[in-house]
Design a binder for this molecule. Structure first.
Ligand SMILES: Nc1nc2c(ncn2[C@@H]2O[C@H](COP(=O)(O)OP(=O)(O)O)[C@@H](O)[C@H]2O)c(=O)[nH]1
Ligand SMILES: [Mg+2]
Length: 371
């Protein structure tokens, strides 16, 4: 039985991965036109040169239009067809489009491209018809008549090219925008909807990326200055026993959060909140316990209260203070006291650098995931 048959029998297939993989939109219509012309020239070189001059010119002109028709049909339709259906993709991806741009704008742009495609087909049809009707009965000995007819074909051809190309050029804004958004969306990780997700959040520089790197296979960027992480990165967590994988989960590294109101948030922060909203089964919140922290303990606690007020009620949250390898940090004590006072809870003190208490966190993650 073929794979497709099996899929049919199984019913709807769980869609894995980033729905924007494999899409490419040339941002520059001028380049597309150049490409069309050079391919057309190459293809027409192999045309027969025998036969009457007029019929040859006619055939050539019709061939050119056929070529352009096929070229633009393939290109424009492939943009529309390859673009995932935005109403049914995972809400994680859909809402990120709405952070960077808007799903509605993209739909309008795709509709405009489809409209352009239809228009081009109509032009080509009309001009082909015109060319076919040019002096079909000019005698081959009538050189004057032939020349006149050829001139007319060339004129129609130029006019048709001009119209097609101006339609393509009118898509400049759409091409550029779609190309931008596709490039950005392609950088997002591949989500496996069948696996649970742990999202690591917290203030900038808390060690989120370092933690994700330590416990998973994720390729994340780590630096001693804040705002290194601009995007969402996934890694995989595995619970193993005797080299046997018992459980798997995805772990998500996110850009740092600030304690500002929602309206003033940067797009990177919205990405982090978005990951919690649409993906998180468990949230791991990391505090920066060092005195070099970007934010004061008070500010970091405000970040936590934002996260809790958004998602806390129906999400498991694990709280940890990182960088406890640095001795005598006042920040750690302050955060601990406040967490006790406000939430009656104790954070886990960890050091990603010295791998202290990391196993405790991992244990809690698996425990929360199996609830
Ligand atoms: N002393 C110490 N430094 C750490 C620890 N974890 C991370 N760092 C450092 O903190 C800085 C920020 O780390 P990063 O993982 O990029 O933080 P992120 O912004 O939360 O992703 C880097 O210089 C790390 O080396 C830790 O446990 N102890
Ligand atoms: Mg980071």
């Amino acid at each position: 039985m073929s794979n497709d048959k099996i899929k049919d029998l199984l019913g709807t297939e769980v869609r894995k991965g980033n729905p924007f993989r494999g899409i490419y939109v040339n941002p520059n219509p001028q380049e597309l036109i150049k490409l069309a012309l050079s391919r057309m020239d190459k293809q027409l070189r192999s045309l027969p040169t025998k036969g009457l001059l007029l019929s040859r010119v006619k055939k050539r002109a019709l061939n050119k239009l056929d070529f352009l028709e096929a070229f633009f049909k393939k290109y424009l339709l492939s943009i529309i067809k390859k673009m995932p259906y935005l109403d049914t993709i995972h809400p994680f991806y859909r809402s990120i489009i709405n952070i960077w741009s808007s799903v509605d704008d993209i739909k309008i742009e795709l509709a405009k491209i489809y409209g352009a495609y239809k228009l081009i087909l109509r032009f080509i049809d009309r001009y082909k018809e015109k060319i076919r009707h040019i002096s079909p009965r000019v005698d081959y000995r009538d050189t004057k008549g032939q020349k006149k007819a050829i001139k007319e074909i060339r004129k129609i051809e130029t006019e048709c090219f001009g119209r097609i190309f101006s339609v393509i050029k009118s898509l400049k804004k759409e091409f550029r925008h779609l190309s931008d958004i596709v490039i950005k969306m392609k950088k997002l990780p591949d989500l496996d909807p069948s696996l649970p997700v742990v999202v690591v959040v917290g203030p900038p520089n808390a060690g989120k990326s370092s933690f994700v790197k330590l416990v998973s296979n994720a390729r994340v960027e780590i630096a001693s200055y804040p705002f290194t992480t601009k995007n969402i990165t996934f890694g995989h967590l595995e619970k193993q026993e005797n080299k046997l994988v018992l459980k798997r989960a995805q772990i998500v590294d996110t850009p740092g959060l600030f304690d500002k109101p929602l309206e003033g948030r940067k797009k990177e922060e919205l990405l982090a909140l978005n990951a919690i909203k649409y993906l998180a089964n468990v949230v791991l919140f990391l505090f920066d316990g060092s005195s070099m922290a970007v934010m004061s303990p008070e500010e970091q606690l405000n970040v936590l209260s934002v996260v809790i007020s958004f998602f806390g009620k129906n999400r498991a949250i694990i709280l940890a203070i990182n960088k406890v390898d640095i001795p005598k940090e006042e920040a750690i004590q302050k955060i601990k006291l406040e967490l006790d006072r406000r939430y009656n809870t104790k954070p886990i003190l960890i050091s990603v650098k010295e791998q202290k208490n990391i196993d405790k966190i991992i244990e809690l993650i698996w425990a929360d995931l199996s609830k």
